[in-house]
Design a protein around this ligand. Sequence first.
Ligand SMILES: Cc1cc2nc3c(=O)[nH]c(=O)nc-3n(C[C@H](O)[C@H](O)[C@H](O)COP(=O)(O)OP(=O)(O)OC[C@H]3O[C@@H](n4cnc5c(N)ncnc54)[C@H](O)[C@@H]3O)c2cc1C
Length: 308
Amino acid sequence: MSSANSITLDWEGSPVPCVEGDTVLDALLRAGIPVPHSSCLVQARSGPVPAAAQQGLKESLRAQNYLLACLCRPEQDLSLAPPGQGVRITALLTERDWLSDTVLRVRLAPDESLGHRPGQYLTLFRPDGLGRSYSIAGPELELHVRRIPGGAMSNWLAEAQPGQAVTLQGPAGDCFYTPGDPTQPLLLAGAGTGLAPLYGILHDALGQGHQGPIWLYHGALNERGLYLTDELQALAAQHRNFEYRPALLDRDGPLPEVISRDHPKLTGWRGFVCGDPTIVNLLRKRLFLGGMASRAISADAFLPATLK
Ligand SMILES: Cc1cc2nc3c(=O)[nH]c(=O)nc-3n(C[C@H](O)[C@H](O)[C@H](O)COP(=O)(O)OP(=O)(O)OC[C@H]3O[C@@H](n4cnc5c(N)ncnc54)[C@H](O)[C@@H]3O)c2cc1C
């Protein structure tokens, strides 16, 4: 509890005194807490975040109550945590169906809300503790999991039965829609299950009434690599501002080239690129060379667990 001239911060459950005029960084360092990020980024769990403490941060970070500890002079008690921790909860697998030969849709019912935005990711743990990250494809916990030959988690999920209990940690990541300028053109691009976060972001943007054009590119080697095509075509027929572009390597060429043929200039656009790390890097470079500002590009690269 604060007195007239002292404020108490809560750092992951431990009280940290903060003298009036101190920054959060001063108070944490004085209490011997190493701030875990070179940019001194921390996340407020509760309490008012002073606007000055969010100066220069991306909109997606501001929306998740991130703040810069070195700029934050709190006026009231604040509860804080290191970035990207999320909560840990249990969930039951409720449904499992195949969206293509290799992509499994998994639906989960959590014990309590994860408080996620569609497009963010969670880490799913099996009862034996093995954990893997998956993007969240909607407001409910829906995952698109590619079955990888020899893959420990993807094969386990492919065999798991409804009613199976798992542990989830999250949410994490800043690949999600924030209204910002509702007329700004949006470009969503990814290959394989990179569609999962893009599908979530698309639904969120349409649901929040985004008015600018939205182009979704889904890359695959061939027709068999595509999924949810009927749903996406139906959405494109329903929404005049939404264009769905499946891009097949064996028919249309590499995805970055397909995009630059359609959109040689991307100045003023906002981009989301997700999926295989090599493709994400190529796409990010293509969007930047097309004129998209680097801070307007959100990316999630699906790094295999061992390379994380
Ligand atoms: C932020 C983030 C979000 C992710 N979102 C998704 C998602 O929405 N959907 C999804 O399907 N995956 C996603 N992934 C990847 C996922 O976390 C796992 O890496 C993947 O499911 C493989 O796990 P596994 O246990 O089945 O395979 P493992 O047992 O970990 O790996 C088995 C073998 O396959 C190789 N391997 C692992 N991943 C790949 C790959 N992608 N391509 C080729 N070889 C691979 C490994 O190097 C290893 O040799 C995401 C990863 C990250 C970091």
